[in-house]
Design a protein around this ligand. Structure first.
Ligand code: PLP
Length: 490
């Protein structure tokens, strides 16, 4: 199947590309994104057929449904990366926490956050495509904490790929920083930036548009690609686990075939919940996607008022930092699907030029057929973590935002699956504040130990080992020295 562009074609690029092109060069005409030309409808037969298959078999068949130009062996090899998860046959288990409430735990991979679900197999596919073409790619990533570790982990020592990962020095948790600076691979470079996440992200954008930088790369025959969720190569793997949620509820006799469910997702760049939107289009019986945010509530504004307005807005630093965002990339794919390329370009141009856009009433009504949204603050998060742990379930601060959406947005008596995007070990100081009902500042090391002994929980070895591993990346620089630093690494 071919892939087309959300903002239409500029007459220079190809009008349609194959999957492999879309993942190697993910930026399309006018700054748009690639989307599949058609979304395959699989029907309920597909669901019945997968009641007794493994996660890998389910994923394989969903990828095949998109008719991607990747051979079966390469797909299977990519999916074998789920073998490093806690349970290879069920990498994102679905757990019941209340009569009508379930959690899809997406954090059972190597870096203990949901990014592994897609980045692990995606990294394998991207590097095998690069290798087959005999090309060299540089992946530049700016991270606020979870994407960096997952990208480094999946790409380490892969042929044809080099990764430079920027993080804000002092802006990530200890665990997140250690996951990056102890990662061992000769094709990896981790750089701390004097500044915050926005500074790191802006530095990266400037670099991507710098001619001198591109000239240097060209001299070495290196091309640029991206591993964030603008890349459809990640989104395709994020469709699979929504099918898995539904199949698990069927297997656990909690629903009958055809019964609808709510999917409730803590959202930032909108990649995770976009996967659910596609799954619904492919025939999965979803009543509605509930979009949960923190105090950076731009998605709530978009889906309730039909306005996306970042004028005068400043990013708030919250206790659910992976959702601290103003510009959410993947809403563009939904807008394209609902409004078409011409209108998408118009709205996105407005956002870039004037800082806002506004939907028509009709457009908003269509969005609201699929999505409902709300947000909550850190105090709500702390109380939620505490009340659920008292009832026997421990969740991280991102997951806690889903509870607000579950409480406020459900209008029908249907089962809800919330998505747990990080293990408590990644945000242990915040979790300990919630348990102790205090606001002391704990180090990760202290918080991990205290929670683990309080609740009798094991800390995964990969997290424990971080504190005694050798620091392999100790570069911390000013943004002005970034280009020089990267060129010298290459
Ligand atoms: C990345 C991330 C999110 C947001 O996911 P999107 O796909 O960007 O909406 C939520 N929670 C955690 C822990 C994350 O790492």
């Amino acid at each position: 199947m071919s892939f087309i562009e959300t903002r239409g074609n500029d007459g220079i690029r190809a009008r349609e590309v194959e999957f492999s092109d879309a993942i190697l060069n993910p930026s399309s005409s006018f700054g748009g994104l690639y989307v599949p030309k058609e979304i395959p409808n699989l029907g309920t037969d597909f669901i019945t057929k997968h009641l007794n298959t493994t996660y890998k078999e389910l994923a394989f068949d969903i990828l095949k449904a998109f008719k991607i130009d990747i051979d079966d062996d390469t797909i299977s090899e990519a999916l074998s990366l789920y073998d490093s998860f806690d349970n290879p046959n069920n990498p994102s288990p679905v757990v019941k926490i209340k009569d009508d409430l379930f959690v899809n735990e997406q954090y059972h991979g190597p870096t203990r956050a949901f990014k592994d679900m897609a980045l692990q197999p995606f990294g394998s596919i991207l590097s095998s495509v690069a290798k087959k073409r005999g090309e060299q790619y540089l992946i530049l990533a700016a991270t606020s904490g979870d994407t960096g570790p997952a990208a480094l982990n999946t790409f380490k020592n892969k042929e044809g790929i080099k990764v430079v990962c920027l993080y804000p020095d002092g802006g990530t948790s200890d665990v997140q920083r250690l996951q990056m600076v102890t990662e061992n691979g000769k094709n990896l470079k981790v750089i701390g930036i004097n500044g915050n996440f926005d500074d790191a992200q802006n530095a990266l954008k400037n670099l991507l548009s710098s001619q001198s930088f591109k000239d240097e790369l060209q001299k070495d025959g290196i091309k640029l690609s991206a591993a964030n969720s603008v890349n459809f190569g990640r989104i395709i793997f994020q469709i699979v686990y929504h099918f898995q949620s539904y199949l698990e509820l069927l297997r656990q006799n909690e629903i009958t075939l055809g019964e609808k469910i709510y999917i409730d997702v803590p959202s930032g760049n909108f990649g995770n919940v976009l996967g659910a939107y596609y799954a619904q289009k492919m025939g999965l019986p979803i009543e509605k996607m509930l979009v949960a945010s923190n105090e950076n509530n731009i998605l709530t504004q978009w889906l309730t008022l039909g306005i996306y307005d970042i004028r005068g807005k400043e990013l708030k630093l919250t206790k659910s930092p992976a959702m601290d965002i103003l510009k959410s990339s993947n809403i563009e794919r939904v807008i394209y699907d609902i409004c078409g390329a011409f209108r998408t370009k118009e709205l996105m141009d407005n956002l870039n030029e004037k800082g806002y856009f506004e939907h028509t009433k009709e457009e908003l009504a269509v969005l609201n057929k699929y999505f409902a949204a709300t947000y909550s603050d850190d105090i709500y998060g702390q109380k939620t973590i505490k009340s659920f742990v008292d009832a026997g379930y421990l969740m991280d601060p991102h997951t806690a935002t889903c509870i607000k959406a579950y409480e406020d947005l459900k209008t029908k008596d249907l089962k809800t699956v919330i998505y747990s995007t990080a293990e408590w070990t990644k945000f242990s100081p915040t979790v300990l504040n919630a348990l102790n009902e205090d606001d002391k500042s704990y180090s990760d090391e202290v918080a991990l130990k205290e929670i683990s002994s309080k609740l009798d929980l094991e800390i995964p070895k990969t997290i424990n080992d971080l504190f005694t591993s050798e620091i392999l990346h100790d570069t911390i620089i000013d943004i002005k020295d970034l280009e020089k630093e990267i060129i010298s690494f290459l």
